[in-house]
Design a protein around this ligand. Structure first.
Ligand SMILES: [Zn+2]
Length: 350
């Protein structure tokens, strides 16, 4: 594959969204496009964060919203990353202005969101316990990117002490005011406690971080010899399990890195962390321990997986299962439309 060639033709930047966007999402896409074209959003070119190589192939030129999004795979180690990517200042504005509306997420923290977080926290705890990570009372859990703190609440219910940071003020306020959780607006750099945490959690955060190497260094600085680090990110080799088996639906402009278990393990190993457990979803457990492994090259494996996935997607779309799923989706959209039409009819009668 030559450097300028895209892996598959449908990943060319034609501005067409892969997702069906609602009117608000369409508006946000126009806004972001405008800021990219006029230079309000600034971009920076980066090399591979694992091996430092600038030799790479282009996997995609757009994301699922049809926004400019250059995804590359390092030829030397197989790490998949976004470059050029928005700089930190542009990302900060994007997260404040368009992110939640474009991604169709909740604009406000609420009970449903919090309970979903708690359930997620229980799943993480179960996974840790199944790998003999014992969650004893009074141990300290630190979560970075904790949202409203629901994940931490699951650990607090086990008698553990918890501390969390998130940049979303409204979410932090919700967890603090309603549940009395010890969470603050901030990042890992704001962690000032003398006590080193026993468990550090990053759930769906690391793929948004711009300088992963510095982040892992900071993690390393606050670990004691038995601290466990739990990292969860959307794995690039889990497309067959999610995203309607569609790689283009996986690519989203807020993600700067796209890890496989090998590449995540490579970058943690560079900073002296050993992988204790991990899968391709990715849910992984690390511990600070001398890591003698050299960088595993994941280039051929990842390309092979993505090519197979793209082939499989074509079969899936025309398979009875794929057709049934598509019909199901259309029917549920129709019911949603009917329900909202009935709702507005009732309102106009009132
Ligand atoms: Zn590399």
């Amino acid at each position: 594959m030559s450097q300028s060639e895209v892996l598959f033709r449908r990943f060319k930047n034609d501005g067409i969204a892969e997702l069906k966007l609602n009117p608000l999402q369409k508006l946000m896409k126009v806004e972001v496009d405008k800021k990219v074209k006029t230079g309000i959003y600034q971009f920076e070119v980066v090399d591979c964060a694992v091996c430092g190589s600038s030799s790479n192939d282009v996997l995609s030129e757009k994301d699922r919203y049809g926004l400019f999004y250059n995804v590359k795979i390092c030829r030397e180690c197989g790490f998949v990353f976004t470059s050029p990517r928005m700089n930190q200042e542009s990302y900060n504005t994007f997260y404040n202005v368009e992110y939640r509306k474009l991604y169709g997420g909740l604009e406000h923290a609420n009970e449903t969101f919090f309970i979903r977080e708690v359930e997620h926290g229980r799943r993480i705890a179960k996974l840790l316990e199944s790998h003999e990570i014992f969650l004893d009372r009074d141990k300290l859990v630190l979560e970075i990117g904790c949202g409203a703190g629901g994940i931490l609440e699951a650990f607090r219910q086990k008698g553990m002490r918890v501390k969390g940071f998130d940049l979303g003020e409204e979410y932090v306020k919700y967890g603090k005011d309603k549940y009395g959780l010890d969470i603050e607006v901030g990042t890992l750099a704001d962690y000032k406690l003398d006590h080193k945490p026993d468990l550090i959690i990053y759930s769906h955060v690391m793929e948004h971080v711009l300088d992963t190497n510095s982040e892992i260094e900071m993690i390393s600085a606050i670990c004691h010899e038995n601290t466990i680090v739990y990292i969860e990110v959307p794995g690039i080799k889990s497309i067959h399990l999610n995203y309607e088996k569609n790689l283009l639906k996986y690519f989203q402009n807020a993600h700067t890195f796209h890890f496989s278990l090998n590449t995540l393990s490579n970058i943690f190993c560079l900073h002296g962390f050993k992988l204790l457990y991990g899968d391709e979803k990715i849910r992984s457990i690390f511990k600070k321990e001398s890591c003698s492994q050299s960088i595993k090259n994941d280039y051929f494996e990842t390309l092979k997986y993505l090519r197979n996935q793209e082939r499989f997607r074509t079969f899936y779309l025309i398979s009875p299962f794929g057709i049934l799923k598509m019909l199901n989706k259309r029917l549920s959209n129709l019911f949603k439309l009917m329900r909202s039409a009935l709702g507005s009819k009732k309102q106009s009668k009132c």
